[in-house]
Design a binder for this molecule. Sequence first.
Ligand SMILES: Nc1ncnc2c1ncn2[C@@H]1O[C@H](COP(=O)(O)OP(=O)(O)OP(=O)(O)O)[C@@H](O)[C@H]1O
Ligand SMILES: [Mg+2]
Length: 602
Amino acid sequence: MKRNTYKEDELLEEPFDIKHIIRASSYIKKYSKAMAVALFLSALAGITGLVAPFITKQALDEAIPAKDTNQLYILVGLLLLAFIVSVIFSTVRSRVMARVSQKIIYDIRGDLFAHLQKLPFQYYDDRPHGKILIRVVNYVNSVSDMLSNGLINMILEIMNLIFIVIFMFMVDVKLSLVVMAGVPVLAVFMFWIKGRQRVSWQHVSNKNSNLNAYLQENIVGARITQIFAREDENAVIFRDLSEDCRDTWMQAVSYSNMIWPGIDTISVFVRAAIFLFGLLIFGQGNESLGTIVAVSSYASQFWQPIMNLGNIFNNFINNVANLERIFETMDEPVLIDDAPDAVPMSDLRAARERGEQSGEVVFDHVSFSYEKGKEILHDVSFTVKPGESIALVGPTGAGKSTIVSLISRFYNLDSGAIYIDGQDISKVTLESLRSQMGIMLQDSFIFSGSIADNIRYGRLNATDEEIRCASKTVCADDFIQGMPDGYGTVVKERGSTLSQGQKQLISFARTLLSDPAILVLDEATSSIDVRTEKALQAGLNAMLKGRTSFIIAHRLSTVTGCDKIMYIEGGGILEQGTHEELMRKKGAYYRLYTAQMEDVAS
Ligand SMILES: Nc1ncnc2c1ncn2[C@@H]1O[C@H](COP(=O)(O)OP(=O)(O)OP(=O)(O)O)[C@@H](O)[C@H]1O
Ligand SMILES: [Mg+2]
């Protein structure tokens, strides 16, 4: 069992690179005003919060010893006021920032999705979909907080620290110096622990990604799991991956858990030192009881921003790794894109409507491979005249689907060229090319939504009447009408509530409705019973009239009427001609056809 493939960690080029932060700043620039407001509010909240020890000192040193109740009332009132003001400012700030952070998520996620949609088939062929999902959902969520609140908090904590130090020094310089003596000890401690934390959080992120990929694959493949009764084996693999997550998490958390006790210990020693020094110098100069209490109170506040800065920094390090993955996806080359000087392809539909001949397809010495060195098509050349229907037949894995996916330029060629009406398809815009093609893929995909929406997918402005007409052509109207809500019946993701044949008919109708200039049907009727297939043949023939079409079928009886049949095998066209010609030739096609007929007869 190749269990290790599930455990492949994503590689990061650099653990921490400031250039990602700089690039991310383009996402926060837009919100700099809101962020400045939030920063200002927080600063006010912070300062009001900091006057409390000052007021306490005043109460302890003056109001209480003098038994001055009036002053005490005022001081208590001030304390309360400072608290309320600070809470109001903090609440407003949280609201502003929650909105900014959501907007940043919205922007990044939107860009990421837009880019993902442009990525070539190859990108999706090559990687687990769960790992793509986690980038769009989890990573974006986690970086948004760093970009919004993280940045503001960092500035605030630094300001906070400065203010605390100023206030503390204002109260008493000598005692403040005692507090500062703890700083180098803290610095050494933090430096040691952060290095370990960074590595351990990267491990957590990798293991989560692996778990996600496996989970996603298994949700999609749940049926197969049950068919082969593989639950136990899968559970073992899952537990294994889950264990990795748990272990790395525990390791990372164990470092995080050391921080507080560490800082507390240092803080306790510092406080003890304040009391000791305070006692020694008590009564000399300004050192009153209030002074000692106030400094010790600032001292305990002093560690908080340092701690927070440590956490923010830590968060930065984790999230820069996530940012890198997000940007890596955004930088993923759109291998199949418009050439710089691409022009729109001529309008084949309009030409046909004008009665001109259009839709000639030429393969000119085309060679193609999905992976380097494994050629699937070798030097294939053929010409399809405008309006001709071409059947592609041949053994499984011969390259039939590959040929038709090249016509829409889903992959780039290794060599050679494909021309439609004399225009090299690599030199026209993808949009103009693909919007004229109607391709029904071998595995019909149904989106969640109503049946009507599914059929309308490729032509959003189609009327209900047109939808019905397309459905009638493929004999789907009857069964759709028979469903609880007819065309409004909602189907679940991947059309799980429909039969295979029903799914095929719906995607068939979808392809026809888009009124393509060039029609490609890849095993369009393989799951449909022979009677329905025969019935829809008539409608289909009418559709095919004057339209260049490629029909791939294993059931040869459906393609005997095509203008030309190409038998694909061994990376090229082995035989081509009309059904009659190929039968007379008594070659590969003849053998395949007679074998099928014998099966039917027996
Ligand atoms: N995305 C892909 N990445 C790598 N190799 C691929 C990919 N898709 C297909 N292949 C390989 O290319 C070859 C041709 O595949 P293709 O799907 O064109 O066959 P086909 O003639 O349509 O077969 P079938 O009749 O089973 O649909 C196969 O050997 C297959 O293994
Ligand atoms: Mg195929």
